[in-house]
Design a protein around this ligand. Sequence first.
Ligand code: HAS
Length: 550
Amino acid sequence: MIANQLTKKDSKLSMAHMWVAFISLLIGGLMGLLQTLVRTGRFTLPFGIDYYQILTVHGVILALVLTTFFIIGFQFSLMSKTVGMSDRERVWAWIAFWVMLVGTIAAATMILLGKASVLYTFYAPLAAHPIFYFGLTLVIVGTWIACFVNFHQLYKWKKANKGEKSPLLAFMVVINMIIWFISTIGVAATVLIQFIPWSLGIVDEINILVSRTLFWYFGHPLVYFWLLPAYMAWYGIIPKIIGGKIFSDGLARLAFILFLLFSIPVGFHHQLLEPGIDPFWKYIQVVLTFAVAIPSLLTAFSMFATFETAGRAKGFNTLFGWFKALPWKDVRFFAPMVGMIAFIPAGAGGLVNASNQLNLVVHNTIWVTGHFHLTLATTVILTFFGISYWLVPVLTGRKLDEKTNRLGIIQTIVWAIGMFFMSGSMHIAGLLGAPRRSAFSEYNGSEQVTEWIGYQYGQAIGGSILFIGIIIMMYTFIYMTFFAPKGVEEFPIAETAEDAEPTPMIFENWRLWIGIAVVLIAFAYTIPFIDIIQNSPPGSPTFKGLIGNS
Ligand code: HAS
C-alpha cells in the first residue's frame, strides 16, 4: 500500500462499484433525455417502445442502482481508509457486490423485456413479472451483507481501540447503513409477503395501502441514504480540500444521529393525500418531518462556519472576504459546492412538500419531480461527481491532472445550467397543475394543457444539456480510469479544528440511539398500521393492461 492510498485489493472492490454506477449513469441518462423529448409532443419513441418502460428504466437505474453502487463503493473506500478491511471482510464485500449485481440484472432484464413497467416505486396494483421482485430482493440482500461488513469493520476497530472515539467518517458510514438496514426491512416485507405471492398468482389480491405504507417506510429514509454520503464528503473531506479544518466533530456526529432518529418515522408525508390513514398520525409524521430538516440546517451552519474559519485563517478578514479564499478552480470543491448551493432552494422545496396544505397543491404534479432533480440529481449527484474526481484516480493509481480538473469544471457548469432549465420548468409546470409520471397528452384538448407546453420544451432543452453533461462525465471517467498520468493522488481526509469542543462520548452509545430510533418508529407507525390493516378496503387483483407490461 502506498502511503495515503488504499491497498490494491480494496481499490479493486470500490472500483467495481464505480463501474456499475457510471454505466448506470449513461443508460439512465439516455432514458431521461428520451422522456423529456416525448413530453414535448413532437417525438415518438421508435420500435414500439413504451414511455413507461423507459421511465421505469430511468428511475430504477438512476435512483436505485447508480446511487446504491456508488454509495456502497465509496463507503467501502472510506472504511478501508479509516478502520481497515480484513481479507474475510473483503470476501463478504465481494459477495455483496455480486448478489446486488445479479439482482440488478434480473430486474433490469424484466424491465427491458417490457414485463415490469411499474416505475421505480412499483406501486400496486401495477404488477411486474415475479423475476423483477426477486431481483429487487437480491439487491436488498446484497446491501444487507454490505451493511454487516461495515458494522464488523467498526466493531473490530473499536475492540482494538478501546475507549477511543471512532473515526468520524467510519461513524458516519455506520449510521447510514443502520438507517438503510432498518428501513429496508419495510420494503423487504412488502416484496416478500405481498408482491411475490401476488405476482406468482399464489394469492389473488394485494392490500394496496399496506404495500404503499411499507414502501414509504423505506422510501423516505432512502433519500437520506442518498444524502448522507454527500454530507460525509461535505463534513469530512471538503475542509481538507479547502485547506481548512472540520468546524466541530461533535456537531457533525450530532447531525448524523438526528438523521438516524428522524429519517424513518416520516413516510406518511409521501401519503398525505392518501385516504385510509388517520389525519392525526399524518400530523405526527409531518412534525417529525420538520424535525428531520434540523440536521440539514445544522449542516448548513457547519459548512458556512468551516468556509469562514478557513478563509479567515488565510487572512481574509472582512465580512464576506472568506468567500474569495475558497478554491473555486478546484473541481473537488467546485462540484460539491454547486451541489450545496442548489440544496438551498431544493431543501426549501422539501419544506413546501411537507406542509400539509401546500402538499395539496404540489402532490402528484411534476413539481415533485423537479424537487428530486434538485435534491438527488443536483445536490447529491454533483457531490458524487466531485468525489469521483479524486476517488477514481486514487483507486486506479493515477493523478487528477489539469485536463480532468478543466473537464470537471465544465461538466459542473453544464449540469447546473441543464438542471436550472429542467428542474425550474418542472417546478413551474407543477404549480400550473401538470401531472408527474405521465407521457405526453393533450387531455382531450383541455385549455390548461396549453399553459404547460412551453415548460415541457424547457424540460427538453434542460434534458438535452444534461445529456451533454453525462457524455462529458463518462468521457472524464474513462480518461481518469485509463489515460490520466500515473501517480499518487491524495485521499483527502480532514482533521477537526484544534479549538473545537470535545465530542461527547455518549455519541458512541449505539444501543441508546438505535433504541430511541426504534421507539420513535414504533410510536409513529404501530397504531396507524394496525388501523390500516383492520379497516382495509378489498384488495386488488394484478393490473397489467394499459401500459404494455403484459
Ligand atoms: Fe424530498 C418527495 C420533503 C429532502 C428526494 N423527495 C421526494 C421524492 C424524492 C425526494 C425522490 O414532505 C419523490 C418520491 C416519489 O417518487 O414520490 N424532502 C422533503 C423534506 C426534505 C427533503 C422536508 N428529498 C430530500 C432529499 C432528497 C429528496 C435530500 C434526495 C436526496 N420530499 C418531501 C416530501 C415529499 C418529497 C413531503 C413528497 C411530496 C409528494 O407529495 O409526493 C428535507 O430533508 C430538506 C431539508 C433541507 C434543507 C436545506 C439545507 C441547506 C444546506 C445547504 C447549505 C449550503 C451551503 C453553501 C453551505 C433545510 C445544507 C452556501 C454557499 C453559498 C455561496 C450561498
